[in-house]
Write a protein that binds this ligand. Sequence first.
Ligand SMILES: [Zn+2]
Length: 166
Amino acid sequence: MAYPFKFCPNCSKPIEIGGKKMIECRNCDFNFYFSPASTNALILVNKNGEVLLTKRKFEPQKGYWDLPGGFVGLGETVEQSLIREIKEELDLTLKDFTYFGSYTSIYPCRGIDYQTLCHTYVANYHGDKITVGDDVDEYVFFPKEKIPFDKLSFQDIKDSLKDFIG
Ligand SMILES: [Zn+2]
């Protein structure tokens, strides 16, 4: 696990990462616990039973297929963040959705490996055309048997779709 911290944020002395779970400064007793970053993802299913995947426009994992979703912001609930992300990425106002499960992954970004905890939801889509947002290249509704598992973005996305397909 690549954590970037070398100095205590409180007293500026060099520190060691204690057990990969926390920053522990022996000079000033400063402690800071690492927690996973909460994320959300949506398995959106159309009337033919196909699952929507979005192609990532930016790094990390640019060009790989993803579920729509993103990071939970500070002060947001997971549900609020899901509704916001789906509006941003697909211009859809999400109303009816059900919890599916939680999945862990690593999100490497600019030299830091973020541990993520993804809360995955399922919803049905009855419309026709979707307009994707700025950070999405394109979207495709994939039949369950044609989901490109070797081209999926992150471990949590792979695991949740594996469970969903059963
Ligand atoms: Zn310190």
